[in-house]
Design a binder for this molecule. Structure first.
Ligand code: ACO
Length: 157
């Protein structure tokens, strides 16, 4: 939190964040499609019921009165915690859906988002975090301490 530039705050995603532009940030990342507020809340509630598995953080632009003057969400990122049988019941973190609003990129918000998610991963006992990204973002993740490993495969249905 203290690492963020003035005018921004970090917090977990809230049930009211549809109105604060959560999907607008994700729209800069990939295709979203039409999602009503009711559908968004249904998904939010599902994730909330999976206690300790989904950690969705947001960076919010705030006014002079701090947290009470929240203007809009400008960044988001998700940690999914996978509890394995392998590696003596190892816990692995998956970093997903990191997005910083286009007009806010280059201010260090992305690296802070990733560090915050990594820190949660460490706190819940993950032995590592992994992620998939496009080649154009490789340099960003290297700067955040990640190294290239494996080959991504996919199977659409
Ligand atoms: N390639 C190489 N270096 C980069 C890139 C890049 N694509 N983007 C940022 N950097 C560098 C910056 O120059 C900076 O370097 P410095 O410390 O030497 O000055 C450092 O990485 C940190 O940059 P930030 O300002 O923290 O990056 P930003 O806030 O712009 O966030 C991000 C980067 C998340 C990739 C942002 O550009 C974004 O949201 N892009 C669109 C959505 C996207 O592609 N998200 C990633 C999907 S992959 C996934 O979610 C697992």
């Amino acid at each position: 939190q203290s690492l963020l530039p003035t005018g921004y705050t970090f917090r977990s995603l809230r049930r009211s964040d549809y109105k604060l532009g959560h999907l607008d940030v994700l729209a800069d990342l990939a295709h979203i499609g039409d999602i009503s507020e009711e559908e968004w809340i249904e998904r939010f509630d599902y994730l909330a019921r999976c206690g300790g598995t989904y950690f969705v953080l947001v960076i919010v632009e705030v006014g002079d009165d701090g947290d009470r003057g929240e203007k809009r969400i400008v960044g988001t990122g998700t940690l999914v915690v996978e509890r394995k049988f392998l590696f003596k019941l190892g816990i692995q973190g998956h970093i997903e859906d990191i997005g910083i609003k286009a007009d806010q990129q280059g201010k260090g918000l992305g690296v802070k988002m990733l560090k915050a998610l990594d820190s949660i991963a460490k706190d819940v006992g993950c032995y590592k975090t992994i992620l998939d990204c496009s080649a154009k973002n490789e340099g960003f993740y290297v700067k955040c301490g990640y190294e290239k490993a494996g080959t991504e495969m996919q199977h659409y249905f």
